[in-house]
Design a binder for this molecule. Structure first.
Ligand code: IMP
Ligand code: MG
Length: 181
């Protein structure tokens, strides 16, 4: 793993705040107020986004967490596995997956297939960021916050080797010693 060399802010705290509010409005518009939406937060990267998103939403909701591991060394690589399952059943319930980033799409695809097999009433996905140019498998995302190019980004929950999750903004991070791939 190379050392971080330079960082460039991609999205400021204000820009993120504004976009998260818009996503919350879009989600509210698509969901009923007489039936709790079951929000499934994909750990760990999505926890900051989810915390802001749910507080901007008006739809009544319940919350659960799931952890899908897709990398061991700070980049996207290797086997995808379920690290922490949901606490409760989603059968017959309207479900919203909250994801931080869609890169190749493999992690989200795995998660969507896993949850769809449990027969939710509906299954939608909100993703804070997406990198369309990196897509290897097809995934459907109903609500997208920001599109980004082929950069590795950190902050607002996103990490590089577990660092930088606490940053209030989103920044690219460039490495020198080894190219990412
Ligand atoms: P995918 O399976 O290739 O779509 O990868 C998704 C996972 O890789 C995300 O949940 C992140 O944990 C990680 N990832 C991919 N790109 C980035 C990035 O730019 N910054 C931080 N994590 C990333
Ligand atoms: Mg992640």
């Amino acid at each position: 793993m190379g050392l971080p060399l330079s960082k460039t802010t991609l999205f400021t705290e204000d820009q993120i705040h504004k976009r998260v509010s818009e996503l919350a409005r879009d989600i509210d518009a698509d969901h009923r107020i007489d039936e709790p939406l079951h929000v499934v937060v994909a750990l760990k990267g999505s926890f900051v986004f989810a915390a802001d998103l749910i507080r901007a939403m008006r739809t009544p909701l319940t919350l659960d967490f799931i952890a899908i591991g897709s990398y061991a060394d700070g980049t996207t690589a290797g086997e995808i596995q379920l690290q922490k399952d949901l606490d409760s059943s989603i059968e017959g319930r309207p479900v919203l997956i909250v994801e931080d980033i869609v890169d190749t799409g493999r992690t989200l695809r795995y998660l969507q297939d896993l949850l769809r097999a449990r027969s939710p009433k509906s299954l939608r996905t909100v993703c804070l960021t997406t990198k369309p140019s990196r897509r290897a498998v097809e995934v459907t995302v109903e609500y997208v916050g920001f599109e980004v190019g082929d950069h590795f980004i950190v902050g607002y929950g996103l990490d590089h080797g577990e660092r930088y999750r606490h940053l209030a903004h989103i920044t690219t991070i460039e490495e020198t010693r080894e190219p990412r791939r």
